[in-house]
Write a protein that binds this ligand. Structure first.
Ligand SMILES: Cc1cc2nc3c(=O)[nH]c(=O)nc-3n(C[C@H](O)[C@H](O)[C@H](O)COP(=O)(O)O)c2cc1C
Length: 437
């Protein structure tokens, strides 16, 4: 069965989507809007909601850009786990995936927050493990420099191991609460974590009882060698960024092979590809909306968006001149850099042409068309082993999300690709993952 998720955002996935007439009027810090997103996704029987996150307000040094800020730069957002705790009280079934960085946080507080969310939601919590790709985040945590990718992943490995040790502190039946004898807990059912690594240590035990899923579901979104290694060892689900079906298939095949080589079960690993959705009730409507949205992109913002995607300063180049060569990986860089470099070279694109390609898709695939056309692409990706599911970026909220619920999901259900109702209660069950001991 295919797995489906969407971003928990009131604003739209397209960077200029919030400006479109079909988008909500005001969404900043609006819990009511986010609850509506969550409810629509749950009505569509999706596996989970997803919140991405970072740890800095960006672009303050460039006032024009700062004021035209796209909501996806997240200048004003709720703390993700706090928000998910609120959402858990307005939903019953849908999984709650939120992001925390292993570079700046401590295992104790992350393990505690996510175990708490797992209890509050009756087993629907997941942690998207990231190492953080924005160098500016470091200054909010008293560090002068963003550690390089190798250092970040070395710490991330230990971080996940330490959290796992903390989540294993208590046996499920440790809290006996016997009024007759006065015994509140069974001391034979707790152990300290005693985790000592090169980068961090934590004693434990955690002061949260064992959580309903054993431990929260672990997502990871890294694509580099270090990211793939971490994911193959620890993740239940992996978010993949792939511009086309071949790139997705390469990634999925590689990660499942790595899992098998480590002695794990590749069928217990879910690869979720990120796609941007441009649905219309007709094909003409979908392409018209796509072009309307692109016309709303501020050029300064488009260049900045591209510069971030490729981790390269593009400010010195003419916007209608050729895209410069991108030589080698950089600190804080990512896999999209290599993919876009190849596209720009193959098609001889200018900076403007490349950003018009990247902004709508956010470096992933953009699926444009009617529900039938979009379902055709998703079916091909799914059936040919390119992924186990999708995280759907609704280009205009709420317009696109409504069409996802009312047209795309029913089309996938008609084809027998997607559930017509929830059959389990935990996120692990929705994803077909075994509960951890
Ligand atoms: C769907 C998806 C969601 C992501 N969400 C976040 C996020 O919330 N925070 C973050 O710092 N990075 C996020 N990333 C970036 C990844 O964590 C990672 O840095 C990036 O894919 C590059 O891989 P690497 O770290 O192995 O180089 C996301 C990536 C994808 C594909």
């Amino acid at each position: 069965m295919m797995h489906l998720m969407t971003w928990l955002m009131g604003n739209s996935y397209h960077a200029a989507g919030w400006r479109h007439g079909l988008a909500w009027e005001r969404t900043t810090m609006r819990l009511d809007v986010l609850v509506e997103v969550a409810k629509m996704a749950e009505q569509a029987k999706m596996d989970a909601l997803f919140i991405a996150d970072g740890n800095a307000v960006r672009n303050m040094d460039k006032i024009g850009l700062f004021e035209a800020n796209t909501p996806s730069a997240r200048p004003a957002v709720f703390d993700p786990v706090t928000l998910m705790a609120a959402i858990s009280q307005h939903t019953e079934h849908i999984g709650l995936v939120s992001t925390a960085s292993t570079t700046y946080e401590s295992p104790w507080s992350v393990a505690r927050r996510y175990a708490s969310l797992d209890h509050l939601s009756n087993g629907r919590a997941a942690w998207n493990v990231v190492t953080g790709s924005n160098p500016g985040d470091s200054q909010n945590f008293g560090l002068e420099h963003h550690p390089n990718r190798e250092e970040r992943y070395a710490r991330a490995e230990e971080f996940v191991e330490a959290c796992t040790a903390l989540w294993n502190s208590w046996e499920p039946d440790a809290f006996v609460e016997r009024k007759d004898t006065g015994q509140y807990l069974d001391s034979s059912k707790v152990r300290t974590a005693d985790y000592k690594g090169e980068h961090l240590s934590v004693k434990g035990p955690l002061n949260v009882a064992r959580s309903p899923q054993g431990r929260p579901v672990l997502f990871h979104a890294g694509q580099s060698e270090g990211g793939r290694r971490l994911a193959a060892r620890h993740a239940d689900c992996i978010f993949a960024a792939a511009a086309n079906v071949e790139a997705a298939r390469e990634f999925t095949t590689d990660l499942k092979r790595r899992r098998a080589e480590l002695g794990g079960d590749p069928d217990q690993l879910r690869i979720i590809v990120s796609v941007a959705i441009y649905l219309g009730r007709t094909e003409d409507e979908s392409t018209a909306l796509y072009h309307e949205l692109n016309a709303l992109i501020d050029p300064g913002l488009g260049v900045d968006f591209l510069a971030k995607a490729v981790s390269e300063d593009l400010s010195g180049y003419p916007i209608d001149g050729p895209m410069p060569d991108l030589a080698g990986p950089v600190v804080g860089g990512n896999s999209i850099r290599g993919q876009l470099d190849a596209i720009a070279k193959a098609e001889h694109l200018t900076i403007r042409q490349l950003y018009e390609r990247v902004v709508p898709s956010v470096g992933n695939a953009a699926l444009i068309g009617t529900a039938t056309q979009v379902a055709d692409v998703m079916e091909e990706w799914f059936r040919t082993g390119a992924c186990d599911g999708f995280v759907l970026g609704a280009s205009i909220n709420p317009f696109t999300l409504r069409l996802i619920r009312d047209e795309l999901v029913p089309e996938l259900q008609r084809r027998g690709l997607f559930r017509t109702d929830y059959t389990g209660s935990t996120l692990r069950e929705h994803l077909g993952l075994r509960t951890t001991a």
